[in-house]
Design a binder for this molecule. Sequence first.
Ligand SMILES: [Zn+2]
Length: 140
Amino acid sequence: MNGFLYRLRDAIARFMYGRSGVDQLGIALLVAELVLSFLGGLIPLRAVGAALRLLSLVLTVLLFYRTLSRNVAKRRAENARFLQWWTPVRTGFRDVRARRADKAHKYVKCSCGTWCRVPRGVGKVELMCPRCGAKTIVKT
Ligand SMILES: [Zn+2]
C-alpha cells in the first residue's frame, strides 16, 4: 500500500512539474467557489441558486485551468495582480479587528485618513495628527 502511495505521489509530482500549481489566487478561487456553492444550496429561489452554482462551477474550471496551466509566467502575473488588490484589503480587516480589540485606546480618524490613537479615560485632550499636523479636540 505504501509503495503504491509513494508511486502515486511521484506520479502527481511529475505531472505537476512545470505547471503553475496552487497559489494565493487559486486558494481565493477555491474559497469563493465553496462559498458560492454553499450559498447556492441555501437560497430558496431556484433561479438565484442555479446562477450561484453555475458561477461556482465557472470558478472551479478556472481554478483547475490555472493550477494545471503550463504558462507559469502568466499565472504568476495574475497572482501578483490579485495580491496587489487583496493585500491592502486584508490589512484593512486586520486593522479594524485590532482597533476593536484595543479597549485601552480610542481611535480617531483624521481628515487626512490617518488613524490616531488616544488613551482612554484622560478627559478632553488636544490631538495632533502625526502625519498632517491637524489638531482636534478629542473626548476620551
Ligand atoms: Zn492627519
